[in-house]
Every structure is written in C-alpha cells, then in structure tokens.
Write a protein of this length. Structure first.
Length: 574
C-alpha cells in the first residue's frame, strides 16, 4: 500500500476517508485494522468516499486506511475451475461458507504440469501462447498467454515439468510471466475483432433452442416473478448448455438454493468427460446473507473471468441470478452517497451500467488469433413479475433475447414456463443461417409454423371460451389440438427426466416436425369432412410421451412414434 489515511465517517458500507490526497477514482483501498477491501467511488475537495466489500461493524472514526495505487484487481490462474469464491474472487473453503459464516482461505498456491510452446529467442506478441497447463477436462487445456500490451523476445522459458502457480515460467522483454496474472475487473480485456456470424448457443431446452434461440457471444435474460422457475431454468442452462466454462454468479439469492446447485453440479456427470460437471464450473457466491456491496462487484468479476477463458479460445457462459439484486445494491449505494434518485430510487446511471455489463458479451477473434466467446445469461426478478419495472425495462433494451416467464404456465405446472407470446430473440435470423448451412434448411420455416399455430390458437381459445368449443369449425378445433400438442410434446420439458432434462437439436427438430406432420394430416382429415370429435378422440399420447420415451439423440425413435400416430390419423380419413 502506497499511502496511509484515516476514517472520518462510516455510513454502512460507505466510508469517508481523509489523508489519501493522491488517490484516484476506482482505486483499491483497505480500511481499518481488519484491512477491509474497498474501492474509491467519489472524490471531494477535502476527502474521498469509498465503498467497502465487507461488513463494517466495529469500524470507527480514526481507523487507518491505505491506498494501493491500482484499481480493484482479481488474480486469474489455472486453479479457478471447480472452485467457489466470493464476489472479489477470494476462495471459500466449501459450500457451507455462504450459508453460515464465511471462511476465506489464504491466497491460492498450487502446482501444475507446464508444457512450454516457445523457445528462447522467439518473438511473441499480445495473446500469443507461450505454454499450457493440463486440466482434468479433455480439450480444455489452460493456455498461458502473453498479456495485452506486451510484445518482445522470449528471454527465458522454463522446461516442461511441475511449476508453482506463482513461480515465473518465462521472461519476455524483461517482464516476468507466471501462471497467475491479475486484471482490473471493471476494464474489459481487449480483443482483435468482434465476429458477426456465430453458431447458436445450444441450451438443451427446446422452448429456447426451437423458439427463441441465441447465438454464442450474445446476451439473454429471464424475466419472471417469484416461484415461476427462473433459478431452475438458469440451472438447466448451466448444466446442459454447450459452453466450455461455466461461471455461475449467485447474486443476492438464497444460500440454500446455491448450496443445492453445488451439490447437483458435483453429482452431475459431464457428457464431455464422464467426470463431475463441477470441474469446469466456477461459482461466485454472493448470497443474501453476505455483504451487499460485494454483489455490485461480483458480475464484473464474473465477466473478467469469462474474458480470461475467452482469450484462450474457449466459450464461457456467465449465469447471473439475479441482476435485480445487483441493481438493489447499486440503489443502496446511491442512497448512502446522496445521489439524486431516478425511477423507484434506482441511480440515474442504472441503464448505462447495465449496457456496459451486457456489452462485454461477444464472439471475438482474440489478440492471439483464436476465436472465443462470452455469453451472458441473467435473470431479473421484478416485484410481481412486472416487465415494466426499471431493471427489467432497462435490461430488455440491451440484451439479444428476453425469455419471459408466465405465471399461468407455472401454476399449470408447465415447465419451463417460458411464454411464447412475450419472449423474443434478435438472433433468430443468425441462428437460422447457421442451421441452413449445417443440414437443416427448414429450421426457420418450422419455427414460423409453430409460432403461427400458437398465435392462432391463442385467438381461438378466447373465442372458444365465449361460445364453446363445439361451436367452432373443425379446422379451428384442429388448430387448438395442435397447439396443445406443441405445448405438451415440444415446449414442455422435465428437468427431472433422464431422457428429457436435455434435448439435442436433432431430437428437437424431430419432435417439432412430428407435431407439424400430424397437424397437416389432421387438417386434411377435417377439410375432407371428418368431424373434429373423431380426430380429437384419437390417441396422441405416444407423441406427447415421445420426449420422455426416447433418448436425447434418438431421432429414429421419434420418427417411429410419429409414423404410428400419423397412420391412425390417415386411417380415419379412409
């Protein structure tokens, strides 16, 4: 620490400090005998204001304070995967720490098998690989790369072998490089180019991948009220999404929910390795019983971690539950610093802060020429599920997809309770081009047909409620029948089913096409004069149960079931 001052006022997590004349906005400080970590948020003529990330009970006027001369940094190294940390990336010893009392461990110092990939005399630039560290996940080797802004000749490089995470492994142009580096959490890591054409981020959830998909490097949010299934949906995306690295942020949520997630990830088999999925997951725990201001830093910590792995050419997904609690932390800070409140007491810069956060998502070419991605998926918990609430409304302006939950669907036990009426995705055309180039040119047509049937059924249902189902024409009753099949056979999905917790793109396409084929056959029958009552009396149960009856990749099994149902419809016509 470079400068010593003292405390002149304490207001919860906000402290006023004097004697640190050389400090700048955003500088990391430590306050009190316990060296509480904090960050300068305001400079006044005679003092500065800092927010602290720990409980300030017992902190008194006159307590010492130290300025660091650098911003709030986190340490990034090969020992992050599989760990549980707080919002400042300080390790927690186990899951119990964020339910009872936290026990921060000492700084990480581990040993790893290092393999160099350059030699003395080589000229390297920013992002270039100088070596790698083996991990337990195949295809997920940790790359040691040249930091941004450094270019020069390799002066020395250690031989292959076991290396301490803090020991030097190379010297480049006089600068020492180790397996562990640091980076300011509020500064985006640079890249060479942002890419436009991107593959889809496959979540394994049919209602998302089939109806409102996103591309890798995009951002999406789940908006819904209490009990509508936000956390469960995010957990499903964390478990089954096709990302290389998962960064899960428990931002102000209940500690028992996060503890359950840790247990589930530990017991879930990773389809890539056959080992625990937790091995490629990083959990940031800032639950409701932990210091409130650490929530504010946690999403920036998560984004910095994700960018760290992105620069290795990997796809990292951030799951943040929820940004509403993050915004509430910002509101508390604003109220304690006397900032002029905007709508519902939130700070006036809420929208710009959300924009800065979501802007750090992207599919890019890194400085080292690799392709990597950061995908951001968050949840918003507005009071009463109101999508016009400030956090929800601002979030919808900056994300590529909104997955809105529907209370009526949740109460009807239709999960995921994602509404096909209020949800949207701006990545549909991009995802459609990818499908067309990868063997499924009918993807967009199939999605459009599903949407049209659901929309028409919504209109007809209101009419049926008014005049009665039997008053509708046979064709209209077939539309209502098909909409029910779409909801139950395609969009509904059980997180507890071994066969249906995750669904491949191939099975998703097969299920959707099967329902549409049955719809076409039923329409032909109705148009041919067959009464709707006869069509409705047919057994469509096998089609509804197909998602559970066949394996996640069993397209042939879905086709066989669909053929059986189609034959029964055709037999009615004959």
């Amino acid at each position: 620490m470079t400068e010593v001052g003292h405390v002149v006022r304490v207001n919860g997590p906000v402290v006023h400090l004097e004697g640190l004349e050389g400090a700048v906005h955003g500088e990391f400080v430590e306050v009190g005998e316990r060296r509480l970590p904090g960050e300068v948020i305001s400079l006044q003529p005679d003092h500065l204001v800092a927010q602290l990330y720990e409980y300030t009970g017992g902190l008194a006027v006159g307590a010492p304070a130290w300025a660091s001369g650098h911003p709030l940094n986190i340490e990034l190294g090969p020992d992050l995967l599989g760990g549980i940390y707080d919002g400042l990336l300080r390790p927690l010893s186990d899951a119990a720490d964020f339910i009872d009392a936290r026990a921060l461990t000492d700084q990480r110092m581990t040993e790893h098998q290092f393999t160099p990939s350059v030699a003395v005399g080589d000229v390297v630039g920013p992002g270039a690989e100088i070596g790698s560290v083996a991990t337990s996940t195949p295809g997920l080797d940790h790359l040691v790369i040249v930091p941004p802004g450094l270019r020069g000749t390799v002066d020395s490089i250690v031989d292959a072998g076991v290396v301490n995470s803090r020991a030097p492994v190379a010297v480049i142009d006089g600068r020492t490089i180790s397996l562990t580096s640091s980076w300011p959490i509020r500064r985006p890591r640079p890249f060479a180019e942002r890419l436009v054409d991107r593959p889809p981020f496959v979540t394994g959830q049919r209602v998302l991948d089939t109806m409102e998909p996103i591309a890798k490097g995009s951002s999406a949010t789940v908006i819904g009220g209490f009990g509508e299934g936000k956390t469960m949906l995010l957990e499903q995306i964390a478990k089954w999404g096709d990302a290389d690295v998962i960064v899960y942020v428990g931002c102000g949520e209940r500690g028992n929910e996060l503890a359950d997630l840790v247990d589930e990830l530990s017991g879930l088999t990773d389809p890539r390795t056959g080992r625990s999925l937790r091995e490629r997951t990083i959990i940031l725990a800032n639950t409701s019983n932990m210091p409130v201001m650490a929530r504010e830093a946690s999403i920036y910590t998560a984004t910095t971690i994700a960018e760290f792995y992105r620069d290795m050419g990997l796809h990292a997904v951030i799951i943040a539950d929820s940004t509403s609690r993050w915004a509430e932390a910002r509101r508390e800070l604003a109220s304690r610093t006397g900032a002029i409140p905007a709508e519902q007491g939130y700070p006036a810069d809420l929208a710009s802060s959300l924009a800065d956060f979501y802007q750090r998502a992207g599919f890019v070419t890194t400085l080292g020429g690799r392709q990597g991605a950061v995908t951001i998926v968050t949840s918003v918990s507005p009071p009463g599920g109101d999508p016009t609430e400030p956090v929800a409304a601002s979030t919808q302006r900056f994300v590529q997809a909104v997955w809105g939950l529907d209370r009526a669907l949740a109460y009807a036990r239709h999960y995921p309770a994602v509404s096909w009426q209020t949800s949207f995705s701006l990545d549909v055309d991009r995802v459609a081009r990818w499908h067309a180039a990868n063997g499924d040119p009918d993807w967009l047509v199939r999605r459009s047909r599903l949407q049209m049937v659901l929309k028409e059924a919504g209109r007809l249902q209101g009419l049926a409620d008014l005049v009665g189902l039997t008053s509708l024409a046979s064709h209209d009753r077939v539309v209502l029948l098909t909409a029910r099949l779409i909801r139950e056979a395609v969009l509904q999905q059980s997180a507890l089913s071994d066969n249906d917790a995750s669904c491949s793109l191939y099975k998703q396409a097969a299920l959707a096409q099967a329902v549409l084929d049955v719809h076409d056959a039923a329409v032909r029958a109705a148009d041919g004069g067959i009464p709707a009552t006869i069509i409705e009396s047919l057994d469509f149960g096998p089609l509804v149960r197909a998602k559970d009856a066949v394996a996640p990749d069993d397209v042939a099994g879905v086709a066989a079931i669909a053929d059986t149902v189609l034959r029964s419809v055709e037999e009615v016509r004959s």
